[in-house]
Design a protein around this ligand. Structure first.
Ligand SMILES: [Zn+2]
Ligand SMILES: [Zn+2]
Length: 757
């Protein structure tokens, strides 16, 4: 255990119901057990009722639903014509919220779902009669806006738009949703409506700014949480090094976070504590539950049945049964993915174990928030995985405990998002020049020019008109999974096992690759990139496969550049070309059986990157200010610095290390110097490289700190090794990386001091 912190209890603060609350609504809410609302619920409801766009950003289980139900239901009850729209990032959350509204059983509200599961026969009824429509961005994009004429009455009367769990809209998906909401507003305007937006979010930094960027309207924020919360103890935990096991290149390895979480879960269940354990992957959740059950069978066989797994992919009835069993104490321990993070009404547990940093502080606190009843203490344990970010966090508690939750990163100006979104907008209604400022300004003009020269829109005096035959909507992938998915199909049976995004297909389903699906393993026979198909057969070999690739990066355009003595820092557009050239077959012990060559085409990604260059003088110089590295050490030093920087960027940009990549080279053709690139993994970028550029000094300082404080002798997964290195984690020079980062940071700081002086 590396750190323990105590968070004191918070008492409830309640206020009277707003005067405008209809009696029948107040009675229905009282019957549900809400005697008096909490302060933040009323503050948000009052703003919305008064016509202000508002975001309520408070903790888990703080009753954010009531904050929007109050103004929306009041309006629907007092104005029999008004309508409202509710958007959730997942269908499951939308269904939960719809049930919560329907259970109030208020006459005339007519709340209904309109999503991919709504039967065709019911859809006409929803369009014609529903007054509160519960849907998701995917359906709004493909099913509602393209057919807005059929929704004319609904749009004409649209009073409120509710956007729940809006911190989920980040990166490429968030950028698409931001433009989707602008499309929604222009369609509503077309029918004479100007709805009030009510957003609900986990606690995030700058909620008003994030919500305004997302919605395109100025939002006020309500952040003073009036809900009660028990005192909590937060423990940070680093699994021990394994004595008799060595990893890649002989590196020391730690016990896995999932295995460690299973032990902690077991101990807590034995103590009778109701415990939720969050694991990153579905398979991990199943394995942790199994592990805990196995440990329990050795202690007290009665307890075995009181531990279960919970994850996405379960049927709604199964999920509800598990939720109930956990709430009433029949289940003591549950291992889950983040499926239990959003919306589900479970709180007041005795303990939460978070195995592996969930990617954002918002998620971390959302998960931790499941623990703690008013008046009762609770425990939160964060278990580090064996990677640089988690290791950094357990050794720098303030990075978790004292930092404001990150603002969401999204970039509606990304041309790879903006262009297809404007195509959809033009197909819905011609785009006029007065609309351009709200649709991206100069970037929108550029995108419309591109669409015009493609012949799909035409410029007329009144605006840009969609003239192509087919509507563009079905080709626009708002989840940003990167175009047409590659289907993974079992050759014998024709069964579709899953899909892989095309950018990673060569690395994950190349011929010979081991493919895991729900605990079963398959081996890939053939990858047909043209038709988006990977054929596999069931096989459970003793080896796993590891792809090897060659990566090349070229600078297309430098957008920002900061020069310092011997160091420059840039942000720009790059082309990243990746070619998977071979794969290794490796035994669990780490021993490599063989290396098999592959003949796959190179793939190019146009995206954004942040990079820094270091002059030869600074790298080799042994004089003060130089890194003193002999030339042979430079590639390993840069490579190690690159890996660790990728590992730590998620601390500053709301991304996953899998969303970004990197390239380092001792001499780059475009920069003419030693260069380390960190790039976005999505076409056009998702704003992550931009965040890295903006937060360069704290980011590289944390990177340096993570490497230098790692206790391993020469590099391990906790500092400079990367699980996705296409080069087998070679060469890596841990001490060299610290030397490089020191000279880079010194050069930048020297200038900063000079400027401020
Ligand atoms: Zn290490
Ligand atoms: Zn690497």
């Amino acid at each position: 255990m590396t750190h323990v912190a105590h968070i004191p209890e918070r008492r409830a603060r309640t206020v009277e119901w707003p005067k405008w609350t209809p009696t029948e609504l107040r009675d229905a809410l009282r019957a549900r057990g809400v005697e008096r609302p909490w302060t933040h619920q009323v503050a948000a409801a009052e703003a919305a009722h008064g016509g202000r766009h508002v975001v309520v950003a408070t903790g888990t289980a703080s009753g954010k639903s009531l904050a929007y139900q109050l103004p929306v239901l009041s309006r629907l009850l007092t104005d029999p014509r008004a309508t409202a729209l509710y958007l959730a990032p997942t269908k499951a959350l939308g269904a939960d919220q719809l049930r919560s509204v329907s259970d109030l059983d208020l006459a005339g509200v007519r709340a209904a779902a309109y999503d991919g599961d709504t039967p065709m026969a019911d859809r006409d009824w929803v369009r014609a009669h529903a007054r509160w429509v519960f849907t998701n961005p995917d359906m709004l994009h493909r099913g509602v806006l393209p057919a807005h004429g059929r929704w004319a009455t609904f749009f004409r009367r649209l009073a409120y738009v509710v956007i729940d769990e809006c911190h989920a809209y980040r990166g490429v998906f968030g950028s698409h949703v931001a433009l989707l909401l602008r499309r929604l507003r222009r369609v509503a305007r077309r029918y004479g409506a100007d709805p009030v937006f009510v957003l609900a979010s986990a606690t995030v930094a700058e909620p008003a700014r994030s919500a305004s960027v997302l919605s395109g309207v100025d939002c006020v924020a309500v952040t003073e949480d009036g809900s009660p919360r028990g005192a909590r103890t937060i423990a940070l935990w680093e699994p021990p090094l394994l004595e008799d096991l060595a990893g890649e290149n002989g590196a020391p390895v730690r016990r896995s976070a999932g295995a460690e979480a299973a032990r902690i879960l077991t101990d807590l269940v034995v103590e009778g504590a109701r415990t939720l354990t969050f694991i990153r992957s579905r398979r991990g959740a199943e394995l942790t539950a199994l592990g805990a059950r196995r440990h329990l069978s050795e202690v007290d066989s009665d307890l075995v049945e009181r531990v279960a797994a919970y994850r996405g992919g379960y049927l709604p009835e199964e999920r509800r049964a598990l939720e109930r069993a956990l709430s009433d104490g029949r289940l003591l321990g549950v291992a889950t993915t983040n499926a239990l993070e959003l919306g589900v009404d479970i709180a007041g547990l005795d303990a939460v174990v978070v195995a592996g940093y969930p990617g954002t502080l918002a998620s971390f606190w959302q998960q931790a928030g499941r623990a703690g009843r008013a008046g009762d203490g609770a425990l939160v344990v964060f278990v580090a995985r064996d990677d640089p970010l988690d290791t950094y966090l357990v050794h720098h508690p303030s990075a978790i405990l004292d930092r404001p939750v990150e603002a969401t990163v999204l970039d509606p100006g990304n041309p790879y998002v903006l262009t297809p979104q404007l195509a959809c907008a033009a197909a819905e209604l011609p785009i006029t020049s007065e609309e351009l400022p709200t649709l991206g300004g100069a970037a929108a003009v550029e995108a419309l020019d591109a669409l015009t020269s493609d012949g799909v829109v035409r410029r007329r005096p009144a605006g840009w008109y969609w003239v192509a035959h087919d509507r563009p909507h079905s080709d626009v992938d708002i989840r940003g999974s990167g175009g047409e998915q590659v289907a993974v199909v079992e050759a014998d049976t024709g069964r579709l096992l899953g899909t892989v995004d095309p950018a990673s297909a060569c690395a994950s389903v190349h011929p010979g690759a081991l493919y895991l699906h729900q605990g079963s393993s398959y081996v890939v026979d053939d990858l047909d990139l043209d038709n988006g198909l990977a054929l596999v057969h069931a096989e459970d070999p003793e080896w796993t496969t590891v792809p090897r690739d060659l990566i090349d990066i070229t600078v297309v355009r430098t957008l920002r550049e900061e020069r310092h003595a011997g160091v420059s820092v840039c942000l720009g557009e790059v082309d990243v070309t990746t070619q998977v050239t071979s794969y290794l077959r490796r035994l669990p012990s780490g021993r490599v059986l063989d290396q098999v060559p592959l003949d796959l085409p190179p793939q190019t990604l146009r995206t954004r990157a942040v990079w820094y260059t270091v002059s030869a003088d600074l790298l080799h110089g042994s004089a003060p200010g130089g890194a003193g590295l002999v030339p042979a050490r430079v590639p390993g030093a840069l490579h190690a610095a690159e890996h660790a920087a990728i590992g730590l960027l998620p601390l500053f940009a709301t991304c996953d290390r899998w969303d970004i990549g990197g390239v380092s080279t001792a001499l780059h053709a475009d920069t003419g110097e030693a260069t380390v690139f960190v790039h976005d993994g999505h076409p056009g970028g998702a704003g992550f490289a931009d965040r890295g550029f903006a937060a360069l000094v704290p980011w590289l300082s944390a990177t340096r700190e993570a490497i230098s404080s790692c206790e391993c002798p020469a590099g391990c997964p906790s500092c400079v090794q990367s699980p996705k290195c296409g080069n087998g984690n070679e060469p890596l020079d841990k001490a060299g990386a610290v030397a490089v980062l020191d000279v880079v940071l010194r050069a930048i700081r020297a200038d900063a001091t000079a400027t401020s002086a």
